[in-house]
Design a protein around this ligand. Structure first.
Ligand SMILES: *Cc1c(COP(=O)(O)O)cnc(C)c1O
Length: 475
């Protein structure tokens, strides 16, 4: 059939929307949403016809069925929960840290009504939004003062803008890193008005390199950035925060020592079973003046940038207009306050903060979860589709580079479907299931599955299998 004839047959939007299947859907979904989805379906079909990819065009009733089934499978919301079966705990693309049940309930409660966000209940007048968490952060980190902003990239920028504008800042060439594409340390520094003095080389930076930068380059700040998403191995050397503080203290005037810790942990690493890194508390004790870190990496709470350090410096940061622009919202604060309270008791935190709990799981515990999922799936599907295998999971989110977490996964092979097709099918469900593919099998990692996820996986798999049989093999 000629393209022109095919184009002519594509249903008009009003005809399409008047079909039963879509009219019914409009009872449960906003009309505008159905309309715009139908419009893009038509546009896609037209593009397919013009590109010679479509050999036929369905009639209006069939078309409406197709649009309706895609729409209801997609669900009502574009942003929605998914099942993370990747084994990557802080998956940046999947929203990093999930909140625990108690914290989510608390956030919902604060969201539903008014709250004392910037109201001092005792004095009956304006209060500070930081008051809700500052003391807790200080208790957890030993800091004199603390401040919270929208995210850590913002925190780093705010700190540099407040304390280093027009000043020379020394940083190791090995730490001029890019984190997640749009956060590049040299660019952030340039934008803040700080003058970058690169010291050392990519693989080796020595104490004397910083000393030279202070003496010859006039550096008034020594900045250290945690290399969050890669590890340097081999012939390498870097200068630690305690050493930087030592260098600074020997100078007159003493340069500032600022540390972007990235993914800091608020409980002892041994309790989570991960390699110890320099804690925020230790960095401050050893002489860092200001430290910043993310709220939704190893803290396991809401997206935020947490700034701690010397009182005079933190007060200056709070007075910067940029702080208002980067301010943290009430829902994040509600989550942070409760997470911080929980972290005061590390043993409880490991149980109740999902990120910490998932990180702490050993292979036997991951295997237990996987076995539970398999039992649930085997009630409906043939046992030979499933196999329990060993995998290496990751902390993710640029938090523990190079650290492999021994885990277990359910390996899934479905007759008549390639692993890619199966993965795509599982992703296309109302509650999408995000998986990894290895050796032409889909892997569901036990570590990142939450309680109740097995039922969602079962529903998703059921839909994929039905679609396969319904359409003669294609998903
Ligand atoms: C993740 C990270 C950032 C950015 O933090 P966000 O909370 O994602 O804005 C900045 N610096 C370091 C070292 C990081 O690891």
């Amino acid at each position: 059939m000629a393209d022109r004839e095919l184009l002519r047959r594509i249903p008009k939007i009003d005809v399409l929307l008047a079909q039963d299947a879509l009219a019914r859907l409009c009872d449960t979904m906003p009309y505008e949403q159905v309309r715009s989805f139908a419009r893009s379906w038509i546009d896609d079909l037209r593009a397919d016809v013009l590109a010679g990819r479509a050999q036929s065009v369905p009639d209006a009733a069939q078309a409406a069925e197709d649009v309706a089934s895609r729409l209801s499978r997609r669900g009502r919301f574009h942003l929605k929960r998914v099942v993370n079966a990747t084994g990557i705990v802080l998956h940046t693309n999947l929203g990093r840290a999930p909140l625990g049940e108690a914290v989510s309930n608390h956030v919902a409660q604060v969201a539903r009504g008014y709250c004392n966000l910037e109201y001092n209940l005792e004095q009956g007048r304006r209060g500070s939004r930081y008051a809700h968490v500052e003391e807790l952060i200080c208790e957890l980190t030993g800091a004199e003062a603390a401040c919270v902003v929208n995210n850590n990239a913002g925190a780093v920028f705010l700190v540099l803008d407040t304390l280093c504008k027009g000043e020379a800042v020394a940083i190791s060439r090995g730490e001029l890193v890019e984190i997640g594409g749009s956060f590049r340390v040299p660019d952030i520094m340039a934008r803040s008005g700080a003058r970058l003095i690169e010291v050392g080389t990519t693989n080796k930076t020595h104490v004397r390199d910083y000393e030279d930068a202070i003496r010859d380059g006039g550096a008034t700040t020594l900045l250290k950035v945690h290399t969050s998403n890669f590890v340097m191995r081999g012939f390498t050397e870097s200068v630690s925060v305690p050493e930087l503080a030592h260098i600074a203290t020997a100078q007159d005037p003493r340069p500032l020592v600022i540390y972007d810790a990235g993914a800091a942990l608020l409980v002892p690493p041994v309790s989570v079973g991960i390699p110890s890194a320099l804690s925020v508390r230790a960095a401050l004790e050893e002489g860092a003046d200001v430290v910043s870190f993310s709220g939704d990496k190893l803290v396991g709470s809401a997206q935020a940038g947490i700034i701690v350090g010397r009182r005079d410096l933190v007060e200056k940061i709070k007075r910067n207009q940029l702080c208002r622009m980067l301010r943290v919202d009430k829902l994040s604060l509600a989550a942070l306050e409760m997470t911080f309270q929980t972290c005061l008791n590390p043993a409880r935190a490991i149980e109740e903060v999902p990120t910490l709990h998932m990180l702490s799981l050993g292979r036997p515990e991951c295997r237990e979860r996987v076995v539970r999922v398999r039992a649930c799936l085997e009630e409906e599907f043939p046992a030979e589709w499933f196999d329990v295998v060993e995998v290496k999971d990751e902390a993710g989110g640029g938090s523990l580079p190079g650290v492999e977490l021994p885990g277990a996964a359910l390996s899934l092979r479905v007759d008549g479907l390639s692993a890619d097709e199966l993965g795509r099918g599982l992703r296309a469900q109302t509650v999408p299931v995000i998986t990894r593919v290895r050796d032409d099998a889909v892997l569901l990692s036990g570590r990142t599955l939450q309680d109740g996820d097995e039922k969602l996986v079962r529903t998703a798999l059921g839909a994929v299998v039905r679609a396969r049989t319904g359409r003669g093999g294609a998903v």
